[in-house]
Design a protein around this ligand. Sequence first.
Ligand SMILES: [Zn+2]
Length: 118
Amino acid sequence: MGRRKQRGSRQQREQKALLAQSHLTSILLNPAEHPRDVVESAAVHLSKVSQRHRLTLPPRVRSRVCRKCWASHSFTSQFRVRIKAGQRLHTCLRCGYIRRYGAGPKAHRAARMVQRGD
Ligand SMILES: [Zn+2]
């Protein structure tokens, strides 16, 4: 019938996943210290580990991978950055997926007003 009860708790499993995540994160953050194919497979592994264990991506690597095809974006040859209408656009050169950062042309005005208001 169902699965047998496995050894170890959910916490242990999560701990191992987090450990793997931080290892892969360090590869993606220091791409110069690893062969390029290692960096690229680290991006894919990171996605698999994170999805399987329902973990969020560490903030520091969020912009280092393509959310669509999971290509590594640790090298500038792998994505294009443009500023458009006050937003930073990252275009994945592998699948063409565009990721937007920032809230748009007038976001900085609102931020300034809030600062003054305080
Ligand atoms: Zn992509």
